[in-house]
Structures are given as C-alpha cells and as structure tokens.
Design a binder for this molecule. Structure first.
Ligand SMILES: [Zn+2]
Ligand SMILES: [Zn+2]
Length: 338
C-alpha cells in the first residue's frame, strides 16, 4: 500500500497520518447518534471481541476445574503462568516477527523512522530495548497478571466475592461485559495520570517511558508497581456483582490489550490493498511527548482535562502553549519561594 496517500513522512523518516487522531463519540455532548452508529462496530471489532474470545477459550480449555482451584497449589498456578506467557510470546512475537524482524511492510505506516533494535541505549537492560522490554514483561508483568488471575479464581472457587451465574442474570452480565473496555479506560487514565506526578514518574513510570519509540514488547514493559496498578482492573469485579469469565475478560483486556497502543505502525497491511487500523497513534503521541494523551480515547477524558493531542499542527500548538504556561507557573513559584 502507498502510505503517502494516508499521511506524510518528514525528513527524519517519521510517518504521520493526515487525519488527526479522534476520540470515540461515546461520551460526547451533545450526543452524535449518527457518528455513534458508524463508530459502534469498532467498539467490538476487532480487538475487544478478540480479548473476550480469548477469555472464553481460557475458560473452556485452560482454567482448571473448581475443585482443583479451591486450594492453592504450584501445579495449576504455574500452568496458568505458562499458558499466559506462551500466548503473549506467540501473539506479541508474531507481530514483532512480521513488522520488526522480517520488516514485511518496510517502514510503511511506521510512526518513528528508526528501528529499536538499531538504537542501543544505557537506559535498557543489556542496552537493548527489545531484551529489556521482553524480560520485564515475562519476568514481572505476566507473573503479576497470573497472580491476580489466581487470586480471582481461588476466591471464586471458595465462594468469596459477589459472583452471579450466567444462567441466572444473562442480561445484567451482558451489560457488565459491555462495560469492560470502559472500566479499563477509566482505570488506566486515573492510574496513568497518577504515575505522571513527579515522584511516581521518577521511580515507577519512567521505566515504561524509556521506550520513546515503542514496539510490541514495550506493551508490558513496566515497573512492578505499575504492573500491580495496571492489572488491578480485575478487582472491580469484586466490587460489582460479576462473573469470573468477565473478570478474566477484564484481565485479558489489560494483558493482550496492551499491544495495539505499542505496535508503532498506524496500519498493519493484510495483503495488497487491505490493512488493519492499529489505533496506536494516540498512545504513540503519549510516548513521544509524555504529558499528553493519558488515556486511549475511548472516553474523551484527555479532552475534558485539556491534555488531548490529536497529532495535528493545532494540537501541537495547544500542547506547546500548555507546556509554556506550566513552565511559567513553575518559574513564578520558584521565584516567589526564593
Ligand atoms: Zn505505553
Ligand atoms: Zn505515561
């Protein structure tokens, strides 16, 4: 595909889409029913359906029977870790292999002209973004994901938690399942904004931001404290009546769902004339400019808080004006303190 039909490439080789990034028309006021109707399939396809389907597959073929989960034992805990790790290895690895190792579509639709493997840096373990990011994911991120999964399943097996059966309340649970991406987005925005405060940024979140040019392995490359906060969305299902299958879907939305924002490409080409939109631009801009786009645009929280950057020239001017104002505020504060 000709990516210059959809965007422009600057002298550094960075590609940017012509269309500014847009937030979903889900919570807009006044409501825009036509826009909402056109957008609605994107709420399900392809990603959320994929995460939900993976939860069903886990429930059917991976999760042990209730009797086994009543007592904690290394056997089933390690089994769950192994399956989660293998799934991430295959899924993220396939994207990495196609786009970054084989470079099947060259740099078409690639936001950053450079390749992480060609940019060794001291900020990374072994000076390698790929090794550092992958190791943090497999050694810390997936164990914490599995730990929360085990806690939820053990609690369910022992009757702890406000669980309701699918057969008893199918419509109510369908509504909870529909809310899973909204819960994820609201939670992610709040914790993400929090870890951008100076102290937490320095000690926790800067690890994730070492990858200025994110690639698939960056998705779960975080400080353990961020992993704990990120995967904590599962605990909302201890606060509202829910079902373990939906709690699992919530967890998969965090685990598998971390990748779209970190693909580094706007589109993944499928054959000659077709491509899959990654919707990665909003989060790519966050990795590039840091203090914009704390959310992923499902709920327009960044618009409400004035931190949204759509990638356009206007968006950049608004961001720079905000940064200048912040600098002036800090200078005035330091001046009056001195
Ligand atoms: Zn990120
Ligand atoms: Zn951040």
């Amino acid at each position: 595909m000709d990516d210059l039909k959809y965007g422009t490439r600057n002298k550094r080789g960075d590609w940017a889409p012509t269309e500014p990034a847009a937030t979903a028309p889900l919570f807009t006021f006044p409501p825009q029913p036509l826009k909402l109707l056109r957008w609605l399939p994107h709420y399900f396809l392809p990603f959320n359906v994929l995460w939900a389907a993976s939860a069903v597959a886990w429930w059917l073929w991976v999760i042990p029977d209730v009797e086994t989960m009543r007592s904690l034992a290394w056997g089933w805990v390690l089994w769950l870790y192994a399956v989660n790790a293998l799934a991430i290895f295959v899924f993220f690895g396939a994207v990495e292999l196609r786009l970054y190792v084989l470079r099947a579509q060259g740099n078409r639709f690639k936001y950053n002209g450079k390749w992480p493997s060609e940019q060794p840096s001291d900020v990374f373990w072994f000076r390698s973004q790929n090794l550092d990011n992958a190791l943090r994911g497999f050694l810390i991120g997936i164990p914490i994901w599995t730990l929360f999964e085990v806690m939820m399943l053990w609690a369910y097996a022992n009757g702890i938690g406000p669980w309701v059966a699918l057969a008893d309340h199918p419509w109510y649970l369908a509504m909870v399942a529909l809310l899973v991406p909204v819960i994820h987005e609201a939670h992610f925005f709040c914790i993400h904004r929090l870890i951008h405060t100076p102290f937490l940024y320095k000690w926790v979140h800067s690890i994730h931001h070492n990858s200025v040019n994110p690639s698939p392995w960056s998705s779960l490359s975080m400080h353990p404290v961020e992993h704990l906060a990120y995967f904590a969305t599962i605990f909302y299902h201890f606060l509202i009546p829910s079902n373990p299958l939906i709690a699992l879907y919530q967890l998969h939305t965090a685990g598998f769902g971390a990748i779209p924002g970190h693909i580094g490409f706007d589109k993944m080409e499928i054959g000659e004339n077709r491509a899959l939109d990654s919707h990665a631009y909003i989060h790519y801009l966050h990795h590039k400019f840091f203090e914009v786009n704390y959310g992923d645009g499902l709920i327009p929280l960044d618009k409400w808080f004035g931190t949204f950057h759509d990638g356009s020239k206007d968006g950049e001017a608004r961001m720079n004006a905000r940064f200048q104002a912040k600098k002036a505020r800090l200078n005035a504060k330091n001046g009056s303190a001195a």
